[in-house]
Design a binder for this molecule. Structure first.
Ligand code: FAD
Length: 438
C-alpha cells in the first residue's frame, strides 16, 4: 500500500496535484482527523469512494453528518464493483444468494448499461500557479512503514520483487495475461503448478486496477466483443472477476457477515475445536498433508496462494481439523497480499459450508484426492516442500501412506496430524449436531 501511494504521489505530482497521506492509530479517529484537515485547508467539497463493510459504512455515515454540520458537501462514488451493490434483484424481487443466476443477471445488466464499463480520463494538469497555492501540501512525506508493522528487510526485498506497485504495473500484468494466458485460462486455472491465472488480485485489492478496467479490457479482446460467448478463456476469466462483485453484493445484502456471523444462522452453534497445536501446524505448513502444507508455506513466503489451494486449506482447517473457520479467515487477512474482506469471507463461507454456497455441509474435500487431481505430477508440492523433492510418483501426495515414509521421516517432513476419513466423520457429526442446536 505504501509503495503504491508513493507511485501515485509521483504520478499526481507530474500533474501538479498533491497527495496527502495521514496515518491514524485508531480507526475511529478518522472522521475527526479528516474534518480537521478540511477546516485547515478551507475545503468545501469532499469526495470519497464507497467502502461497503459495516465499520467503514458507519465511518462514512459519521462523515456525512459531520460534513452536513459544517457546511461541507460530501459525495460518495461507487467504484469498487462493476455493478454497484443493490442493483440486481431476482425476478421475485429478492437479493440473490446463489452465484449462477446472479451472474446471468450481472451480464445482462452490464450489457444493458454500457456506461458501467466506461472509464474516465485521468485528470488534466492543474493550472499554472497551483503549486504555489497548495505548496505545503506537496511536502507530505509518505512513510516507508507504519509503526509496529515493519517487515524484516529480507521480506521487504522479496515482496518488492514479487509485487511491483502502481497502476502501470497492474496494466502491464493485465495486458500480458490477456496476450499470453487468458486463452488457456479455462483449462489451466485450477492447476496450482502451472501459473495459468492472472495474479491480479493484489492489484484489485490495492486499488491499482479496477474491476471495470479489467472486464472491459478482456471483453474488448473477445471476438464477440461481449462478456459472454466467443473465447472460452475470456468468458471464464470475466466470470471469475465477477465473483469479486458477487461477494461484495452479499455483504451489502447481509451485513451481519461482517460481524463474525455465518451467512447461514443455523451454523452458529457448531462446537469447534480450538487445538492450538493443530492451528500452528496448519499455519506453518506442517500438517503432514503435502498439498495443504505447500499452500500454507507459499502464503508464508509470498502472501499468496492459488484459489484451488485456498479452498483445500480452508476446507482442511474447518472440516478435517474442525477449527473455527473465523480463525482461518483472520489468519488469511493478516497474511494475504490480496486480502479483501468480502472475497475472503465468501471463500471461507464456501469452504466451511457456512456461506452463500448452496452445497450442503457434507461436501468435504479429500486433501489427497485434490492433490492427485490438481497437482498430478506433484510439481507444486515439490516446489514448496523441498524435503519431499526426492519423493517419486504418486507417493508425493501421501508419503507416509504410500511407501515413502523412510525418506519423508529422514527429511523431517511430519506425519499427518489427523486421519482424513476419521476426521471427516467427526466433522459430519459436529455439523449435524450444531445445526440441530442452531
Ligand atoms: P484469477 O483466477 O486470475 O481471477 C481473476 C480475479 O477474479 C482475481 O484476481 C479476483 O479478483 C477474482 N476472483 C477469482 N476467483 C475469485 C473468488 N473465488 N472469489 C472472489 N474473487 C475471485 N481473493 C481475494 O482477492 N482476496 C482474498 O482475501 C481472498 N481470500 C480467499 C479465501 C478463500 C478461503 C478462498 C477459497 C478464496 C479467496 N479469494 C480471495 C479468491 C481467490 O482465491 C483469489 O482471488 C485468486 O486466487 C487470486 O488469484 P488471481 O488474481 O491469479 O485470480
Amino acid at each position: 500500500m505504501l509503495r503504491t501511494l508513493k507511485v501515485l504521489k509521483e504520478e499526481l505530482s507530474k500533474l501538479d496535484i498533491p497527495l496527502w497521506v495521514e496515518v491514524v492509530e485508531k480507526r475511529k479517529q478518522v472522521p475527526e482527523r479528516i474534518m480537521g484537515l478540511l477546516e485547515r485547508w478551507g475545503v468545501r467539497h469532499l469526495y470519497s469512494n464507497m467502502e461497503y463493510e459495516v465499520d467503514e459504512l458507519r465511518r462514512e455515515g459519521k462523515m456525512v453528518r459531520l460534513c452536513a454540520d459544517r457546511g461541507v458537501a460530501m459525495e460518495v462514488v461507487h467504484d469498487t464493483c462493476v455493478v454497484p451493490p443493490g442493483r440486481l434483484k431476482s425476478g421475485s424481487g429478492n437479493q440473490y444468494a446463489v452465484y449462477s443466476p446472479w451472474f446471468r443477471t450481472w451480464v445482462a445488466h452490464v450489457h444493458d448499461n454500457p456506461e458501467l464499463l466506461e472509464i474516465l480520463e485521468p485528470p488534466s494538469r492543474n493550472p499554472q500557479g497551483t503549486r504555489e497555492v497548495f505548496g505545503p501540501l506537496f511536502d507530505c512525506q509518505i512513510p516507508d512503514h507504519v509503526e509496529g508493522k515493519t517487515l524484516p528487510s529480507e521480506e521487504q526485498t522479496r515482496f518488492r520483487a514479487l509485487y511491483p506497485a502502481g497502476e502501470h504495473e497492474a496494466m502491464k500484468r493485465l495486458e500480458m495475461f490477456c496476450e499470453e494466458k487468458v486463452g488457456s485460462y479455462r483449462e489451466k486455472r485450477n492447476l496450482p503448478g502451472t501459473p495459468g491465472t492472472s495474479n491480479l488480485s493484489v492489484h484489485f485489492a490495492a486499488g491499482t486496477l479496477s474491476a471495470r478496467t479489467a472486464v472491459r479490457y478482456a471483453r474488448d479482446r473477445n471476438n464477440t466483443k461481449k462478456l459472454n460467448g466467443g473465447n472460452e478463456g475470456i468468458q471464464t476469466w470475466i466470470s471469475e472477476v465477477a465473483w469479486r462483485d458477487f461477494y461484495k453484493h452479499v455483504l451489502v445484502n447481509w451485513p451481519y457477515v461482517c460481524m463474525h456471523k455465518p451467512y447461514k444462522p443455523e451454523y452458529s452453534n457448531i462446537e469447534w475445536s480450538y487445538n492450538a497445536d493443530h492451528f500452528e501446524a496448519w499455519t506453518q505448513g506442517k500438517t503432514g498433508f503435502p498439498l495443504v502444507d505447500a499452500a500454507m508455506r507459499q502464503i508464508l513466503h509470498t502472501g499468496y496462494c492459488h484459489n484451488r489451494c485456498r479452498m483445500v486449506v480452508a476446507s482442511f482447517l474447518s472440516k478435517d481439523l474442525l477449527i473455527d473457520w473465523r480463525m482461518g479467515e483472520r489468519y488469511f487477512m493478516e497474511h494475504l497480499i490480496d486480502g479483501d474482506f468480502a472475497s475472503n469471507n465468501g471463500g471461507w463461507g464456501f469452504a466451511a459450508s457456512v456461506g452463500v454456497d448452496p452445497q450442503p455441509y457434507f461436501r468435504i474435500f479429500n486433501p489427497l484426492l485434490q492433490s492427485e487431481k490438481f497437482d498430478p505430477d506433484g510439481e507444486y508440492i515439490r516446489k514448496w516442500i523441498p524435503e519431499l523433492a526426492g519423493v517419486q510418483a504418486k507417493a508425493i501426495h501421501d508419503p507416509y501412506g504410500r511407501g515413502a515414509e523412510a525418506l519423508a521421516r529422514k527429511a523431517g517432513y511430519p506425519e499427518p496430524i489427523v486421519e482424513h476419513s476419521g476426521a471427516r466423520e467427526r466433522a459430519l457429526t459436529a455439523y449435524k449436531r450444531g445445526i440441530a442446536n442452531g
